[in-house]
Design a protein around this ligand. Sequence first.
Ligand SMILES: [Zn+2]
Length: 248
Amino acid sequence: MSRVTLLTAQLLRRGRLLLSPPAIGASFASQAQSKPASGQASGKGKQCWKCKAILPVHALICTNGKCGAVVPLSDHVNYFDVLVGTPTFDIDVQDVRKRFLRAQQQTHPDNFSVLGEMDRRMAETQSSWLNRAYNTLKNPYERAKYMLELQGIYISEEESIQEPEFLEQVFEINEALDDAVDKKAVKAIKVDNDERIKHVSSQLSEAFEQSDLMEARILTIKLRYWDNVKDIVDNWAPTPVVNNPHTG
Ligand SMILES: [Zn+2]
């Protein structure tokens, strides 16, 4: 087995190094293809299911009189439409968080508990949509992957980078993670990894800026490796010492 194949197998065994959280963006994937450019639907309206008023397509709640019903978001609305404005890799995460919290507050299921079952169900659906939106946009890897999906470009979890130098680097970090015995060692890996994420993010920003989607695709796959390293270091805990009666 070549070193690269070995590495891929090792990463697959590790599981989390190649697998991203399930379902993030997945529900949107089928919609994105039929809707390559965001904002297309912004001129159209939608009807409130309760009072039948025509509302802006991005509306989260009905603003007609005292109706106030939570209205579902159409399939043509993407995460950027609601939490950012236009699709861009360079988002202000703090600003997106503020918008997310505001929207979440507006449509919180508890606000509708005294209303009907339909209101509560709508509020729950929208609440989970907003959670998915925020979790996707705040993470640079998920955000880049989502931006590509909006353009009809999908990355499978099995796709890897075919650059020996890059894979060598991943291999070394993987080994360092396996060898790490204390928080200090993990912290050092984290500091370096955060730098790599920053670096790839700035490259991605440029690629998206120049509409170089092929380059953005490769960079997004690279970022997945560092995102998974981040996941591991953020959740790292020392391996408990097991007393072995045969050696102890
Ligand atoms: Zn209404």
